[in-house]
Design a protein around this ligand. Structure first.
Ligand code: OGA
Ligand code: NI
Length: 351
């Protein structure tokens, strides 16, 4: 029986009202539904072993990374240097957080996307017309000392475990950024130097079981606005990547991360590497947790195509902008289907 209490978070709606149908504001138009029966399950993205990055075989790994960035925009990594215990603690603390009583979780609730620590639902409920089947806790995590005091203190070890994970994930991001620079023929520290003071955000995504997964999304198709994303997912499938016009499922492999190129690498590489559409779908039976780390420039960093990659034959595709400008445009758009990058091309009217 439906109650009249308005729930801010989807997880509380699902657990309290025992709903057996998706509420109408989550339902996509027929032409925009996930079409789950058409998803490919027998293709996958490359799995790259990072072990050799610091051996004489480095150039081989750099080459594999470059090819994956160019051809897929996505790859998985193993031997990535993040300890298994750090990963397990992160996943467990996320699960505990989403199991806290509603009033405890709501202490961090906000629908203001400019807040640096907040629990919210869907994507941006201030601008979107159709909601998504997701709750999320979003944290800024670099420089850690600027933000950690805002983070939840319940569960008790939340800050310790999440901080340890953030430091480790940042180490991996820096290694990958160097390899990506080299794979583009740039100096190893080129991209690192473009990022100002650097930034790092993360989301703890919680996707409750959904009675009608064909009608809605955890997250609809989107590209990530940041530089690179390091995704940790639990054992429940849900991530899908667009490849050659088909949605391909990327099913979980224990102790690997999924890496994807974000819009800022597409800009820096002057379109050699593409920020690829991906989405999260939901299922009837199991809740799913995913934890993306979004590595990014600081707001004041000026981003544009690397001059070494701009030639007479390949002129600059994008104008220069600050990451802050890009970030604000992205969030105000409401995860619309149009690509945010299109607003920053040389040929689009600058405003
Ligand atoms: C994201 C994202 C995918 C997932 O948060 O940007 O793409 O599997 N998440 O949750
Ligand atoms: Ni994403």
């Amino acid at each position: 029986m439906a109650t009249n209490t308005k729930r801010l978070l989807l997880s509380d709606l699902v657990s309290s009202d025992k709903i057996d149908q998706v509420p109408s504001h989550y339902i996509r138009r027929i032409s925009q539904r996930p079409n789950l029966q058409n998803v490919y399950h027998d293709h996958t993205i490359p799995l790259i072993d990072l072990h050799d990055l610091y051996t004489p075989n480095r150039s081989h790994v750099v080459h594999q990374i470059g090819r994956a960035c160019r051809d897929y925009g996505f790859f998985q990594v193993k031997n990535h240097g993040v300890p298994e215990s750090t990963i397990a603690n992160m996943m467990n603390i996320a699960r505990e957080f989403f199991k806290l009583p509603e009033e405890e979780r709501l202490k961090t609730y906000s629908d203001d996307p400019t807040k640096t620590t907040r629990l919210s639902t869907s994507f941006n409920i201030r601008t979107e017309k159709v909601a998504n089947w997701r709750d999320f806790l979003r944290l800024h995590c670099h420089p850690l000392q600027d933000y950690i005091h805002e983070w939840p203190t319940n569960p008790e070890s939340f800050r310790d475990h999440v901080a340890e994970y953030c430091r480790s994930a940042r180490g991996l991001a820096l290694v990958l950024i160097e390899a990506i620079s080299e794979s583009l023929g740039l100096e190893r520290d080129y991209i690192n130097r473009q990022l100002g003071n650097h930034g790092q955000h993360m989301a703890l995504n919680y996707y409750p079981p959904c009675p009608q997964p064909d009608l809605t999304y955890g997250l609809p198709g989107h590209t990530d606005l940041n530089l690179i994303t390091i995704l940790l997912q639990d054992e429940v499938p849900g991530l899908q990547v667009l490849r050659n016009g088909h949605w391909v499922a990327v099913d979980p492999v224990p102790n690997t991360f999924i890496i994807n190129i974000g819009d800022q690498i597409q800009v820096l590489s002057n379109d050699r590497y593409k920020s690829v559409l991906h989405r999260a779908v939901v299922n009837c039976e199991k809740e799913r947790i995913s934890i993306p780390t979004f590595y990014c420039p600081s707001r004041d960093a000026v981003i544009g195509p690397a001059s070494e990659l701009v030639t007479e034959d390949e002129p600059a595709v994008y104008r220069q902008f600050t990451y802050g400008e890009y970030y604000d445009k992205f969030w105000n758009r409401g995860l619309a289907t149009e690509n945010c990058l299109d607003m920053f091309t040389v040929t689009s009217s600058s405003s």
